[in-house]
Write a protein that binds this ligand. Structure first.
Ligand code: NAD
Length: 480
């Protein structure tokens, strides 16, 4: 019998009020991993109640910001101490390479150190006004109970991006992780207690979006919702937040261009294109899924990318030498494969991949795929596939390229490969995306703010700016 997990509410494991659980499966082997608690509105009520009580309790609300920062740093230390376990849990859950997860776990504590350091630097200002007698100052206050709803593709990092600044600013949190990856965040909530956070400051309700996520967003005591996931779900959450006049931060989908100019180091750019689309089997919001190559180097780039894609070692994500693991669950596999079929029916050519690789694991594997003979009118180029599928297209002039690259509903990120400094800066200015990488791809840091443009998001994550997402500003006037 597999292990049964509970929610984590008020500082302790809490069984689901329905008594129901659901099975989480290893996507590489299809073996059951554990049973997660199936949350419902009653569980959400309990969790928000615990978070509200904790927010009002002196042990949290009167804790000095410096001590609050200390707790965040303790949590960072505990995550570092438990890195191997967390990396393994996440790799088993969503099929990400264990090697890559170990890398992520070296950065994850930094989020808690960074925001722990900011906890006692949240401050207002004294504002000059036209009236000599009036003293006007501002102060920043925590919001209250913050909801964090996150996807399955990178649960630890994406949840941490929300809860670290939210806690540093003095809020309490209720987390609803994806139904595909319940485990790691439950473990972080346990570690938060070990780190010294008072009961109820960090709560987790596991379960499905409609059953546990929706009641969280509509709970009257929720002060803010911070969401990462698909643009479709984000739109629903934004509508509910607007109805209730609560703030929301949304980190949504993408269809990012990765652009290779004729003056680029093509060998290096090809590696960047590969990493941009095949890391995590293409299941990243920032995947460089639209590759634009200048006509002069198009053939060379295509050759290099297809050659490398053909030799990528596909297999068990726990094995060190594996370079590409499975997709995270069955629907992901059918979605990716039906997009490739759709592309072919629209006239695309499959240069490499395009189906299940020949390996002896039963999981949801899909070979790294390159499509050519594609253009911006096709759905495979316009819609987020969220799998290891690159569409490679030629371009001739910079103006043509900018028009093509910006012709998308998304605006999460863009990559530019060039050795021309002026062009690099010009592209950074002209591309309509919240993050621009030049001669690199996927670089990220808790210190560097990021924001999705257009349908890729609302609000800022990471960096100093993200603290403002979790505070509100009060203006105080005193007649002296
Ligand atoms: P999803 O939108 O299906 O689910 C995300 C979360 O929302 C899950 O926890 C789910 O249970 C919950 N949810 C679903 N319906 C809900 C509802 N009606 N009310 C409240 N919660 C609900 O997304 P996913 O498939 O888990 O993740 C993949 C998507 O996430 C991709 O589009 C990807 O681009 C995006 N993503 C964005 C970023 C970013 O930083 N911009 C990062 C990672 C992933």
């Amino acid at each position: 019998m597999t292990e049964r997990l509970s929610h984590f509410i008020g500082g302790a494991p809490v069984a689901p009020s329905s008594g129901e659980h659901f099975t989480s499966t290893n996507p590489a082997t299809l073996e059951p991993l554990y049973e997660a608690a199936r949350g419902n509105d009653e569980d959400v009520r309990r969790a928000v109640g615990a978070a509200k009580a904790a927010f009002e309790s002196p042990s949290w609300s009167r804790l000095s910001p410096t001590k609050r920062g200390r707790l965040l740093r303790n949590l960072g230390d505990l995550i570092a101490e438990n890195a191997e376990e967390l990396a393994r849990f996440e790799s088993l859950d969503n099929g990400k390479l264990l090697r890559e997860m170990r890398g992520q776990l070296t950065t994850l504590p930094e989020y808690y150190y960074y925001y722990g350091g900011l906890a006692d630097k949240v401050q207002g200002a004294q504002i000059p006004t036209s009236s000599f007698e009036m003293l006007n100052y501002t102060q920043r206050e925590p919001l209250g109970v913050v909801g964090a709803i996150t996807p399955w593709n990178s649960p630890l990092t994406l949840t941490t991006s929300k809860i670290a600044p939210a806690l540093a600013a003095g809020n309490t949190v209720v987390i609803k992780p994806s139904e595909y990856t319940s485990r790691t965040i439950l473990r972080v909530a346990e570690l938060a207690i070990e780190a010294g956070f008072p009961d109820g400051v960090v709560n987790v309700v596991t379960g499905f979006g409609a059953e546990a996520g929706a009641p969280l967003v509509s709970h009257p005591d929720l002060a803010k919702i911070s969401f990462t996931g698909s643009t479709q779900t984000g739109a629903r959450i934004a509508a509910e937040a607007a109805r209730r006049f609560i703030g929301c931060t949304l980190e949504l989908g993408g269809k990012s261009p990765n652009i290779v100019f004729d003056d680029a180091d093509v060998a290096n750019a090809a590696m960047g294109v590969i990493a941009g689309i095949y890391a995590a089997a293409g299941q990243t919001c920032i995947a460089g899924s639209r590759v634009f190559a200048h006509k002069a180097i198009y053939d060379e780039l295509l050759e290099r990318v297809t050659e490398r894609a053909r030799t990528i070692r596909i297999g068990d994500p726990l094995v060190d030498s594996t370079e590409l693991g499975p997709l995270a669950f069955a629907d992901q596999l059918s979605k990716v494969s039906s997009y490739v079929d759709l592309g072919v029916s629209e006239g695309a050519s499959v240069r490499v991949g395009g189906g299940r690789p020949d390996i002896d694991l039963p999981g949801y594997f899909y070979a790294p795929t390159v499509l050519t003979d594609v253009d911006n009118s096709m759905r495979v180029v316009r819609e987020e596939i969220f799998g290891p599928v690159a569409a490679i297209m030629p371009f001739e002039t910079e103006d043509e390229l900018v028009a093509l690259a910006n012709d998308t509903e998304y605006g999460l990120a863009a990559g530019v490969w060039t050795q021309n400094l002026a062009r690099a800066h010009r592209m950074a200015r002209r591309l309509d995306a919240g993050t621009i990488w030049v001669n690199t791809y996927r670089a990220m840091s808790p210190m560097s703010p990021r924001q999705g443009y257009k349908n890729s998001g609302v609000g800022i994550e990471h960096g100093l700016e993200s603290m403002n997402e979790y505070t509100r500003l009060k203006s105080v006037w005193i007649n002296t």
